[in-house]
Unconditional design. Structure first.
Length: 318
């Protein structure tokens, strides 16, 4: 059996299982409309200032009826520590945040991004990963986000949104979904796969993020740009499951090997984590939330860049 065919079967099996008793990891506007009145369903809108026209004021103007709003960038879903942005906050902090939104352990959570560009799916994927890290598996993402909901012609509401009572939310840390700096360092000498979710020009070192101290990538990494999984249709951006097999095969990834996704601050990498873990059926996928912001802090850690004009990859130390 070819690697491509095997991966297609893995994806098909994963989606078939998801369509059974468990809420699928990715749903469309039709699914949400059919389930919108469920008492155990919480629609969580995470639009923020990093989106194209997405923030609290955008939510107040128009949102899915009954949805709850929480800013991805402003409400504590990520935090900065020791000069590194985008890190996972302590479990207790996340428990308070989620409980304050009226989300309990028995609720099904539908995360709604803006759906206006390639970057905002990462907001939903990062929040989705956070729920999974806390042991809450009954969570899904609305493909196309709010823009897709509008494009489908469904009802919208305005105002402050749903105000739910504060509840107790208890998280149980799933450490295997988080890759530490030590594990990433060890992965370079083990069978683990490192996957760089950034655009190709970041991977080659032609472009540098302000969050990173130097350009380049972690040596030995495979390039799997997050944007390659997204496509625009009818004024909304959707995750295109049909390209997963080809993109994963181009990167020569092994679904059975432990895989660690990273980017600059653990945002774009969340899309790769979601695709590989929840849709492509990879056996063990973790997110390195420190990403290049942390890796590049120490000049003793190697970086890999493409030497311009030769198409050759060179290692150098900052």
């Amino acid at each position: 059996m070819s690697r491509l065919l095997a991966l297609i079967l893995i994806v098909a099996s994963s989606l078939a299982m998801a369509a059974g008793d468990k809420t699928p990891p990715l749903v469309d506007a039709d699914w949400l409309d059919a389930n919108l009145n469920r008492s155990d369903l919480v629609v969580l809108d995470v639009r923020s200032g990093i989106d194209n026209g997405g923030d609290r004021s955008s939510f107040q103007k128009a949102h899915i009826p009954g949805s709850v709003y929480s800013s991805y960038t402003g409400d504590g879903w990520r935090e900065s520590r020791n000069g590194v942005a985008g890190l996972l906050p302590p479990v207790a902090s996340l428990e308070r945040l989620i409980g304050s939104l009226g989300i309990g352990n028995d609720d099904t959570v539908v995360i709604v991004p803006a759906g206006t560009g390639v970057t905002d799916f990462g907001s939903a994927a990062r929040v989705y990963w956070t729920f999974r890290v806390l042991g809450h598996d009954d969570v899904t993402i609305l493909n196309g986000g709010f823009a897709g909901w509008q494009a489908a012609g469904f009802e919208v509401a305005s105002g402050e949104g749903e105000r739910r009572d504060v509840v107790q939310f208890d998280g149980t840390l799933q450490q295997e979904l988080i890759a530490s700096l030590d594990e990433v360092q060890a992965a370079r000498n083990s069978q683990a796969q490192l996957v760089d979710a950034r655009p190709r020009n970041y991977f080659t070192g032609e472009t540098q993020s302000p969050a990173a101290k130097a350009p380049g990538t972690i040596p030995g990494s495979r390039s799997l740009p997050h944007a390659d999984f997204l496509a625009q249709q009818d004024q909304a951006w959707y995750l295109n499951a049909g390209v997963i097999s080809s993109k994963v095969n181009q990167a020569e990834l092994d679904p059975s090997a432990r895989t660690i996704a990273f980017c600059n601050t653990g945002h774009w990498a969340a899309t790769d984590w979601f695709v590989l873990s929840e849709l492509a059926g990879f056996e063990e996928v973790a997110l390195y939330d420190g990403s290049m912001a942390e890796w590049s802090q120490d000049s003793d850690r190697p970086l890999q860049v493409a030497k311009r004009g030769l198409g050759k990859i060179l290692d150098f130390f900052n």
